[in-house]
Design a protein around this ligand. Structure first.
Ligand SMILES: [Zn+2]
Length: 399
């Protein structure tokens, strides 16, 4: 878009123009990508997504992406700032808080818009079809997890005047969300941004308990029969696996405690006098089991050694019968969609929000979560548009 003289001399009118641009879906004015936008990026929402996906934002390096978001809010007449941990804060009506994460996992995927392949052709490694044949699809790290949801929320927040926060570090330790729940009052309702597909809403996530097992035994000849620290670690882990093997093999993964060693390290100590071992483990916890009980059962399998447990991420299962969930169903059907209620076997920041705030919550966002962290992460642009419409409908209903 050409820059008019009046606009340059009057920043106030620029904000007005941009606000109108969002409302009318006409061309926007902010170009940071350089060299302009692909032809399909022809609305403010699509342009913002293109910019945000073009700015690398792995966990811990979210600053430039956060600044772009602040610019977007300010250009639309909204107050916004970056808080002490790096979150983008844009408070307004707390009838709804829209929040998603600014960080992505690492990985460079060239940012481009390509048409979805014809029927029957899936040249992409994930073997997942997204988009109707020929429709424009934006490729890039974060397009799905969770920059697409983040941008849909920023645009819906500007259109409706509800509160927005873009949090940092979701992919590593949820540092941004942990700071947020200690730093603000509970909003009346929370919509957390993660890909559910524009027709889906996510109501449940399993919890997560992480621990580090440490043990040491005296070194001796390896022909001796007494178990050393490595064997103790293996024994403990076998005990944990058995303790959580479901009696009914048909149990859905979402309803199971699943156990996973993440790293193992062991051998002779530097001074040669001991055998040491360290094992990092994760236990995923369904909403049907208290985290404390899982923790105690895992501890009970210890005969020697010790486990240092991290802060647990509690499981969450929201009711599909809240007014918030109902508003989503109505909005998705209004857009011609078939509503899907989802629960996920991993975690998200909604686990923390639900533990801290006793308010209705839903996780929602454009994108197919099979492409989370994938080398062919990509989002059909029409999916972004539909999600913006659904979010805008839901927020308006609650105002
Ligand atoms: Zn995510």
């Amino acid at each position: 878009m050409a820059t008019g003289k009046g606009r340059e001399s009057d920043p106030g009118s620029e904000a007005g123009d941009e606000r109108e641009a969002v409302e009318s879906s006409a061309a926007g004015s902010d170009v940071v990508a350089g060299g302009g936008y692909p032809a399909a990026c022809d609305t403010p929402a699509r342009k913002l997504l293109y910019d945000m996906v073009s700015i690398p934002s792995p966990s811990g390096e979210e600053e430039r992406a956060a600044e772009r978001l602040v610019d977007f809010f300010e250009a639309n007449g909204r107050e916004a700032w970056i808080d002490e941990v790096g979150n983008v804060r844009a408070p307004a009506s707390d009838a709804v808080l829209l929040t998603s994460h600014v960080d992505t996992v690492p990985g460079d995927i060239p940012v481009e818009v390509r048409p979805a392949p014809p029927d029957g052709e899936l040249p992409e490694p994930s073997d997942v079809r997204v988009g109707e044949p020929g429709e424009p699809v934006l490729w890039g790290r974060g397009a799905v997890d969770a920059t697409g949801p983040l941008v849909a929320m920023a645009v819906a927040a500007v259109k409706t005047g509800v509160s927005f926060v873009g949090v940092v570090r979701e992919e590593v330790d949820s540092g941004g969300a942990r700071h947020l729940i200690g730093d603000r009052d509970a909003p009346e309702a929370v919509i957390n941004g993660e890909p559910s597909g524009w027709q889906g809403i996510t109501l449940g996530y399993r919890g997560l308990l992480e621990g580090t097992y440490v043990n040491t035994s005296e070194s001796g000849h390896s022909s001796r029969p007494e178990p050393n620290a490595i064997q103790h670690a293996i024994d403990w882990w076998h005990g944990v696996e058995e303790a959580f093997t479901p009696e009914d093999p048909e149990t859905a993964v979402f309803d199971q405690v699943t156990t996973k060693p993440i790293s193992v390290d062991g051998g002779l100590s530097d001074d040669g006098l001991a055998v040491e071992t360290t094992m990092e483990v994760q236990l995923r916890v369904p909403p049907s089991r208290p985290v404390d009980e899982v923790h105690e059962l895992a501890e009970a399998e210890l005969s020697t050694g010790s486990v240092q447990w991290g802060d647990p991420m509690p499981p969450v299962m929201e009711s599909p019968r809240t007014e918030l969930a109902r508003a989503f169903r109505v909005a998705i059907r209004g857009g011609g969609g078939d509503v899907r209620l989802l629960r996920k076997t991993g975690t998200s920041d909604m686990n923390l929000f639900a533990a801290a705030w006793d308010r209705p919550m839903v996780t929602y966002g454009p994108g197919n979560s099979d492409l989370d962290h994938a080398p062919d992460e990509r989002l059909p642009l029409s999916e972004l548009d539909r999600a913006v419409t659904v979010l805008t409908d839901v927020c308006r209903k609650r105002l």
